[in-house]
Design a protein around this ligand. Sequence first.
Ligand SMILES: Cc1cc2nc3c(=O)[nH]c(=O)nc-3n(C[C@H](O)[C@H](O)[C@H](O)COP(=O)(O)OP(=O)(O)OC[C@H]3O[C@@H](n4cnc5c(N)ncnc54)[C@H](O)[C@@H]3O)c2cc1C
Length: 465
Amino acid sequence: MSSDDRLFRSRAEHDAAVARLVETVKNRGGRQLRLGKKTSNLFRQREAHKGGRLEVDGLDKTISVTADGWAEVQGMATFEDFADACLVHGFVPPVVPELKTITIGGAATGIGIESSSFRRGFVHETVAEMDILCGDGVVRTCTPDGPHADLFHAFPNSYGTLGYALRLKVKLDKTCRNVKLAYDTFREPEPFLQAVEAACREGIDNPGTGPDYVEGVAFGPEHYVLSRGWRTDETGPASDIAGPVPYFKTLRTKTTDLLTARDHLWRWDADWFWCSRPLGFQKPLIRKLAGRKRLRSTTYWAIYQFVRRHKLVERFDRLQKLLGRKPRLEEPMVQDVEIPFGNCQAYLEFHWKNLDIRPMWICPVLPLPSPRPWTLYDMPRELHLNFGFWSTVDTREDLAPDHFNRLLEREVVRLGGHKSLYSTVFFEEDEFWQIYDGPSYRGLKAKYDPQDALPDLYQKAVKSR
Ligand SMILES: Cc1cc2nc3c(=O)[nH]c(=O)nc-3n(C[C@H](O)[C@H](O)[C@H](O)COP(=O)(O)OP(=O)(O)OC[C@H]3O[C@@H](n4cnc5c(N)ncnc54)[C@H](O)[C@@H]3O)c2cc1C
């Protein structure tokens, strides 16, 4: 198969796939619908689905990339394929989330970010137009200021509960050969945070010379690394993200680095950030045996799903009990939160005192000016830091099973921050709708999905329906 066949689909094929999907919605016979997609990066256990499935196989490629840097892409195209389709034409999407199977539609509705987000905003802010198949079976073309501007602005954080994006139009950036990186280590949070802010300011004020990418990793309360990246056509020996040493470890030992533009996009995918560790994939021998192709998030996701499906952790705990050993009590904590920059020091204090999950990814994001608020996820147009941590917290029998997650939710609200909904959520219903603009959501739901063909956001995000 040529790269064009693998990555691109004609408009006629796209239109045919859309027509099939519309028929499914119209003939759903009262059943609620769910996306029938092969990949997912949603981190909550969902109830078994009794309704219908939207088969979206024909909606996962790029339709076109033009010489003036515009892409039309189908909603279920993974960023791996979308980025490759752009790269062959000399472009790159301005914000490419870190995991290869995150799709453009999933990221636009799920608040996608990357280390370019301090200049380029969220994934949804890179989208100029979307075709959304709504719960009422109508496909609407939505733009920031067109007739369905209300739906366009309510799409981020709606998680497929108002409609599914089938086609998106994205303005691209020119690509480069390599990305040059500089890593600076800090032993205290204050100078680290100051350096993050200064790097963002430099990148915003000096496009072309300032950094194009800014992010950080907190390895512990006294160990922070700031990473700044510059697009470059300079050549030189580039490091290998799937080599014997996982990428995140190199931030502790190197002060500069060079990655190819494509490897830079996927630097975190090769080890699922650092979450490949419990699966043994950070051992050089296992890396060698697995081979480069398997060092990617889909491998770890498949293993994780297998463990979950066969309840292997629960079985191991039962075995421990039978052997008279006390199993370790842990509360899962897989979360991303955005905190206004001025409160980030307070967040770090909270984090180390209460959760102490390390390492932690820190990614600056500056929401861009917008003609109207992003209904379900609006933020002041000021610098925020996203803190991402994907692990467990040690807990005790006398604490509620969601004790630490609730603690986190309260702290995020107290600090004026936001919490992504791709993982577990514990807010009470009234609290949830206060945060995520319940009155506007109900109005939009009645307008675009009046017969509840799609689940409600609270039911989906909190009750895992
Ligand atoms: C370990 C981990 C690390 C992560 N790191 C990052 C990161 O670095 N950067 C980042 O941006 N995000 C990150 N995420 C979050 C991720 O972007 C979101 O979970 C995103 O929604 C996943 O998109 P997906 O395409 O895999 O969608 P899925 O997981 O398949 O679906 C997510 C939700 O979006 C809905 N949805 C999917 N496609 C569409 C569509 N076309 N139209 C409407 N609704 C749709 C689904 O119904 C579902 O409710 C991370 C998640 C995890 C678990």
